[in-house]
Design a protein around this ligand. Sequence first.
Ligand code: ZN
Length: 123
Amino acid sequence: MADDKRSKIRESIEAEQDETLAEILRLREVLKSELEADLEDGDPHVYEREKILALLRNLEGKQYSLSRALNSMEDGTYGICEICGREISTERLEALSYTTHCVECKEHVEKGIVARPAGQLTL
Ligand SMILES: [Zn+2]
């Protein structure tokens, strides 16, 4: 991959990381005020809380994938699938620059054939 293209991708991943982090912090605040409200009125908003927690889990997984993608740029393994070690297709990387898995492995994880890598979302 050309260097200029790579640095563009890095910039977009870093921007995405900032946004994701901001959203995580925002949701944590929302969750905190939900919990405080629950304590005050004694009526737990379980559904709301579950929804926020699910969003947070997703974002944290995304955050993790973003940082792994950035690390892989540092050590020169960007675009290589972490599970099977083959190259991830350019189309896939263009659509989802921070993925660290090829389509086949993503499907295998979804079907439960391959274990989901710890802490990660398979995107
Ligand atoms: Zn793979």
